[in-house]
Write a protein that binds this ligand. Structure first.
Ligand SMILES: [Zn+2]
Length: 509
């Protein structure tokens, strides 16, 4: 090379004063952006944890934040990941497009240039066949190392990869997907019978061992919840970073177990996680993490016209179907996972009216949003009950009701499980040496008859997950002919959205 040097020097001297531009990110510096649990939320929404409760987030605002960071760091030096549960929460994922529900969410994610997403449990809400069509069309890398077909060996979904290696600013990043170990109690028995997922730790460990020799950074992109992320970090010590989801945890600071960092970015498209790492010698040399609220006033670039047009298109479409005002709510109907709530009372009354059953039941995890005081539209009601699960009636004995209420008492007292909201019964319990016992139970205003068989109404989800909610498998459940959302619309139109505040279950001393 030496003989050329003078010539090169001359060329530079003779009018090429251009020197190499400073790299936006120094070698080995990587920025990992992440969201999780978007649940169909594509528009800005009220942030009730911020002063003044401003509307924040949505894909238009998210794209602005992502683009600004890509411009500052260099797009080729960044990754954009999603921790799963893109489906179920707003009417957007109820719209069928190109043969599958959920397609619009993937279209948004493609428009924002997501690099990978992991399959969450709610991706199964519209059934495995729907998910297969959806995954088959995804141009975003679809990950899950443990979701397997019946053989336990092959991927369950078309296009599904166990992991993917991205080359980012000279760093080889192995990203391994993982879907919750609790799938059996979260998907329908029909779908469950068609799969044999591996335990998360086993699948991630195998994939990490396979990727480790050829990568500089190992990332688990998980939909297993923060508690299980911590267990995974302990079980697979080679992981550098876990980008999580499922527990909807807005982590203001990254967690750490051993040498593994853990992050998660809330839910509903309102925040963006920003991880910056320097990678050297096959490990993280420097780590920085920030959870950014996607507030409108902090945007530093203008909105992208095509993403804004997409959002406006879907909003118009959804308003034409779901814009109708059903009635006014005089006050907010709140929800709770572990306790009785106004919304739980309201929806069980709605199911009881739809079915004429003695009792109606609704699970705490099924209440997805709250009814605010003021006009209630079909859309806002849908966001409370987005699953559209069919309503069934089935016989239930007095003894089974008592067993169910005891589980409810445990939920209320210890917050260790989900509460089953109930209409048609009232009950009291007390704690005796740390265990709940029922004091009084009545059904239809009469003391419960343990030997009698009553009728109960509940959604297909509760019927399918009878082990968790009922203890006994319902005999010959009969479809009522509508789903929970339809029952809610009918009840809202007929009776409005008020709550008398009267507790049906209460703890006494
Ligand atoms: Zn989830």
């Amino acid at each position: 090379m030496r003989p050329w040097l003078p010539l090169l020097g001359l060329a530079i001297f003779a009018g090429c004063p251009k020197k190499e531009p400073e790299p936006l990110s120094p070698p080995g510096h990587v920025t990992i952006l992440h969201t999780n649990d978007l649940h169909g939320h594509y528009l800005p929404e009220r942030a009730d944890w911020l002063p003044g409760e401003p509307s924040i987030g949505g894909f238009v605002r998210l794209e602005q934040e992502v683009r600004a960071i890509r411009e500052a760091k260099g797009r080729e030096n960044t990754l954009l990941l999603d921790g799963g549960d893109i489906l179920t929460g707003t009417p957007l994922t109820a719209l069928e497009e190109e043969g599958a529900r959920g397609t619009p969410m993937l279209r948004f994610m493609e428009a924002l240039g997501y690099d990978a997403w992991v399959v969450g449990n709610h991706e199964f809400d519209r059934g495995l066949e729907n998910l297969k069509v959806l995954a088959g069309k995804s141009t975003v890398v679809t990950l899950s190392a443990n979701l397997r077909d019946k053989s336990g060996k092959e991927a369950l979904l078309p296009n599904q990869a166990f992991s993917h290696v991205f080359a980012v600013n000279g760093v080889r990043i192995g990203v391994i997907g993982a879907t919750t170990d609790s799938l059996r109690t979260l998907v329908s028995p029909r779908d469950w019978a068609r799969m044999s997922p591996l335990p998360v730790a086993e699948a991630v460990r195998a994939e990490a061992a396979r990727l480790d020799p050829d990568t500089d950074l190992l990332v688990a992109l998980t939909h297993i919840g923060l508690d299980d992320d911590k267990k995974l970090a302990a079980a697979v010590p080679g992981l550098d970073l876990i980008v999580g989801g499922h527990s909807h945890t807005p982590m203001k600071e990254a967690g750490r177990v051993g040498d593994t960092w853990i992050v998660q970015a809330g839910s509903y498209n309102r925040q963006l996680g920003v991880v910056e790492v320097d990678v050297a010698n096959d490990a993280i040399a420097a780590f920085r993490y920030e959870l950014r609220d996607l507030s409108p006033e902090t945007a530093v670039v203008s909105a992208d016209e095509s993403v804004a047009a997409m959002a406006a298109h879907y909003q118009k479409n959804i308003d034409s179907i779901y814009g109708e005002v059903l009635a006014r709510a005089p006050a907010k109907l709140d929800k709770s996972y572990h306790h009785e709530s106004a919304l739980g009372r309201w929806i069980t009354d709605a199911l009881r009216m739809a079915s004429s059953a003695d009792l109606a039941l609704y699970n705490g995890g099924g209440l997805r949003s709250e009814i605010q005081a003021g006009e209630v539209t079909r859309r806002s009601l849908f966001e409370c009950f987005p699953f559209e699960n069919a309503v069934y009636t089935f016989p239930i004995t007095g003894e089974q009701v008592v067993a169910m209420l005891l589980r409810n008492a445990a939920a209320d007292a210890t917050e260790s499980r989900a509460f089953l909201s109930i209409s048609g019964a009232t009950w009291t319990y007390r704690m005796n040496s740390g265990a709940p016992e029922l004091v009084a139970v009545s059904v239809g205003g009469q003391p419960i008859d343990l030997a009698r068989t009553y009728t109960a109404a509940a959604t297909s989800y509760i019927v399918d997950q009878w082990e968790k909610f009922l203890g006994v498998q319902p005999v010959d459940p009969a479809p009522v002919g509508l789903n929970d959302f339809e029952a809610a619309v009918a009840y809202g139109k007929a009776r409005g959205f008020s709550d008398d505040g009267q507790r049906r279950g209460a703890r006494v001393e």
